[in-house]
Write a protein of this length. Sequence first.
Length: 165
Amino acid sequence: MLSKAMIDSLNDQIQLESYSSNLYLQMSAWAEIKGLEGCAAFLRAQAQDELAHMHRLFKYVYETGALPVIGTIKAPPTKYKSVSEVFQQVHEHERFITGKINDLMSLALGEQDHSTANFLQWYVAEQHEEEHTMQKILDKIKNIGETGSGVYFIDRAIGMIAGEK
């Protein structure tokens, strides 16, 4: 049985994962409107991944006998200045989520809740992968540059990453 603090924290993470999905889906719409099909495909795939993360948490909470609660999800931003701004924000958001997962893990370990700590280990590994992927994208953007045909090549490179997922 989960503690109230753990239930509340897991439910907060459910809400954050749902927001992450909405954020990336909204970003994909911005990219699509700008003609950045590769970026849009990547961000849509990310949105689906985040939704799957939310469902995984949701299921874990109810399997422990607690009530999963989605909560209110704020609307994500809709305007961005550039591809680099979009992916810088994605990277910052993933770092924020990593911090929240680490907080959950610390809580589980502090409560000696080994089942939840074991469950959360998947998220720890996933966040490592997410941050690494976003850093690779930011490095590509920096190396290619956004002037001239650079955005075209950035879009192609990110589209190829989307195809790998």
